[in-house]
Design a protein around this ligand. Sequence first.
Ligand code: AMP
Ligand code: MG
Length: 440
Amino acid sequence: MTDSIKHSPNSPILLTASLHVDDARKAISGLVNELLQESRKLNKASDIESVTLDQAINRILAKDLLSPIDVPAADNSAMDGFAFHGDCLGNSETIVTLKIVGTAYAGKPYEGAIGSGECLKIMTGALMPNDCDTVIPQEFTESANESVVEFKQNQVRRGDNRRLRGEDLQSGKAAITAGRLLRPSDLGLAASLGIANLTVHRKLKVAILSSGDELRPLEQALDAGSIYDSNRYSLTGLLNRLNVEIVDCGIVRDDPTSLKAAFVDAASKADVLISSGGVSVGEADFTKQIMQELGDVGFWKIAMRPGRPMAFGMLKQVEGSSHKTLFFGLPGNPVAVMVTFYQFVRSALLQLNGASQTEPPMTQAIAKAPIRKKPGRTEFQRAIVGRGPDGKPTVKLTGSQGAGILRSMSEANCFVILSHDHGNVAAGEWVDVALFDGLL
Ligand code: AMP
Ligand code: MG
């Protein structure tokens, strides 16, 4: 962390210069960690709950999920083919001829014995008979009639195409570790073990509010100079992806009394408050004044684009409430809201909710055209990842990149992230890319 920020529970996060994105992230993570330590000391049972699998998507697993069984529970076939004893295999092209003595289906094992020179027709997932250790796939075999099968000795090796008991998972071992953000595959995995409920961290309560005299709710007609409040809707969408409980505190006017009342109300109801607007140069002093009374909040100028101004800190425990509230004062510009959420808020919420992996995955793609970039700030440009004629991933910016132009975001499927020291990007250069959606 640079000297420009300091934080302790009793002194606000101070800022004297433009803050590197990485330092902002460290400061946020440090404060979230303090909050976690405090809440761990309290060790409340209400912080975890048991949910059914259909409710568990995007929740955070609170305890290691131990497998009650071996997976697979018994040796079985990985292919449709013929099971036999591998004694007859070798390195030559000599033809092996085996007599088919029966058939085993998934869920319908073959009960009889299989001797030397014999084999069992077997379907994928069917139990391997004790006498067999190898499966020759159907497509490698030839046969003149229904009762024998022929293949070359060197077509398979002994033990091939057989799934061993406990190969995926052994009984008593962790199938999913605590801290996992539960994805569809985790729900399937739990179900495959016969587990119908998962112990997860309770949902975070996240309050959102929009501040600005110019903002109107969607039900109201626009008068001169007013605009619709869009930020609460993009924030709601972003938060729904994290399966948190949203407390919508609406639109708040730019006057100290209403703003203060709204912050106090939100803090009493939520673990985290996310506001947008009111932190840019013209308005920050006004918000700062209120924050001085309500908590320990720093006003940051972050070296990034979009999203330069941001307030962050902790709201004091309000009377009657049992918790402190983490506060993010995001800039008002609609794109800046989404970028700062992606860059700072998402990881903080995951960390606060016990997730072990909080960083969104990054990849790289080739810039299709030059991109202008000034060194000295991290830039998040909206773009579309595609595929070039050679099959390599390419990336192209989506139109005008102004911080208020939400369409650039709506049409994009990724951010191109240009690091602090990076200068102009030439066409053909590999750049860092963060996809908006993970498929799985
Ligand atoms: P501010 O950070 O309050 O100075 O706002 C920056 C810009 O974002 C201004 O043009 C605002 O009108 C706009 N803005 C602020 N809040 C919202 C909102 N909730 N929805 C849409 N635009 C907003
Ligand atoms: Mg404003």
